[in-house]
Write a protein that binds this ligand. Sequence first.
Ligand code: PRP
Ligand code: ZN
Length: 304
Amino acid sequence: MSPSLTPATRERLRIAIQKSGRLAEPARTLLAACGLSWRESRDKLFCYGESLPVDLLLVRDDDIPGLIADGVCDFGIVGRNELDEQAGERALIGLPQAYRELRPLGFGNCRLMLAIPESWEWEGLQQLQGLRIATSYPSVLRQWLQARGIDAAVVELSGSVEIAPKLGTADLICDLVSSGATLAANQLKPVETLLESEAVLAGPAREFDDARAGLADMLLRRLDGVLKLKDSKLLMFRAERETVPALSRLLTDSEGLVTLPGGEDGPLSLQAMCHGVVTWQRLEELQRAGAQGLMVLSVERSLA
Ligand code: PRP
Ligand code: ZN
C-alpha cells in the first residue's frame, strides 16, 4: 500500500522540509542526527521513514505553515520569517493560529530588512512616508509600518524583490538578508531590521491526542539532545585535589567537574562537559591551573 497523504493516517508522524534551497540540506542532516532515516521514493517528494514511523514530505518552504495548519503534516522545518508572515495573513482573514514555533534550530540565520538604493542618504523612519516598498512579506511589513505610524505603500511581489527599485515598481525593498550579497549586487543597502530569523521546528498549536504523541515527544527529546551537544565537548584531565577549586572556576560553562573513580593516592581523574568553545588558550589556562593530560573529546550523543 502506498502511504496516503491525507490526515487520516495518524500512527505515523510526517515532517515537512524544504525540497531544495538554503534550509533543505541542514534540515535533513539535523533529522538524521536524531536517528531518522528514509527510503527515498523516485519522485522524492515523499520519503518513507525506515528507522521510525516518521515520514518526510519535501515541499516549497512557503507551503510548510499551511501544511501544518491543515493537519497534512505534523511538523515542519521552516524559516521563522515564513511562519510569522503566514500567521499575520491568517489572522487578517480570521483563521485561527493553527501552528507554533517549537524550537529554534540555529541554522539558516537571516534578517528581514528594509534596504534602500545605495545612492540614498538614510535619515530615519520618517523618510519612508509616502514611499513604495516592495516585499514578499506584506503582512509583517504592514504591521511593522503601522506600529510606527508610517504611511507607506506595500507592493507585494512573490520573487525578485531586489530588482523592483531599478524597474521603478517600488522605491525601496523589504527582503531577507543573509550574506548581503543579493543587496550589494543590486546596489541596495540595508537600513532597518524588522525580524531576526532562523530555521525553526514548527508544530501544531494543539497537543497530539493519538499515537503520534509519544513519537513527537521522543523526537523533541532527541532534537534537544542534538541541539545541546552541537558545540559541546567533553574535557578529560588529571589534577591534584587542591587545584580543583581553581580549575572549577575556569569551567563556568560546564555542567560541573566530575571525579572519576580511581585510586586513593595521586592525582584525581576528572571530566567536565563544556558547552562553550574550548580554545587552545583555555586549555593552556587550565594547564597552568594544574590540569594534566588534557583531552578534548567530541560528544556524539547524550541522553539525560
Ligand atoms: C532570500 C532573499 C534573497 C536572498 C538573500 O531568498 O529573498 O534573494 O535570500 O541572501 P543573501 O543576503 O545571502 O544574498 P531565500 O534564499 O530565502 O529564498 P526564497 O525567499 O525564494 O524562499
Ligand atoms: Zn520561499
